[in-house]
Design a binder for this molecule. Sequence first.
Ligand code: IMP
Ligand code: MG
Length: 170
Amino acid sequence: MTMKLLLSEKKIQQRVGALARQISKDFSGRELLMVGVLKGAFVFLADLARKMKVPVKIDFVRLASYGSGTCSSGKIRFTKDLEVPLKGKDVLIVEDIIDTGVTLKYLYRCLRARRPRSLIVVTLLDKPRRRKVPFQADYTGFHIPDHFVVGYGLDCAEEYRNLGGIYIVK
Ligand code: IMP
Ligand code: MG
């Protein structure tokens, strides 16, 4: 297996800072509940949260697709749900990467039904060419080509989540 650098740690940190400034500006005077999608988003959420200029609270969900393998069957369930109600809150879903769009479409619909005041999505990475269901994030860090990537929270068989940069694996 070979790894090729796609996004350096410096480039990621600059972009995360810009996203935090933009979201803070758009939600100025409000408080955001950041909802991280485990496990991949934990690094992005940690950096983004510390750069936000508005007050934030943090919670996590974990989702799993039925069946196994890398091919998303389209059937998703919560393996860990939120611990707080969303009603009346400004909620920011924080995701590492949008691939087919199946996960976020499901999560968005579930959380929307809980009647938050607003519900928006930030994703660090987007592979738009892989989409199977239409889904667009409100804020996107980087659009990337259709390659499998690791690092900065993203894994390959649970490895490489702790790398500071993002790498294409081949
Ligand atoms: P989807 O949008 O429902 O296909 O699923 C997105 C999820 O698949 C992400 O939250 C990641 O956990 C995982 N994923 C998709 N592409 C990659 C990748 O290139 N590297 C690591 N994980 C990925
Ligand atoms: Mg994920």
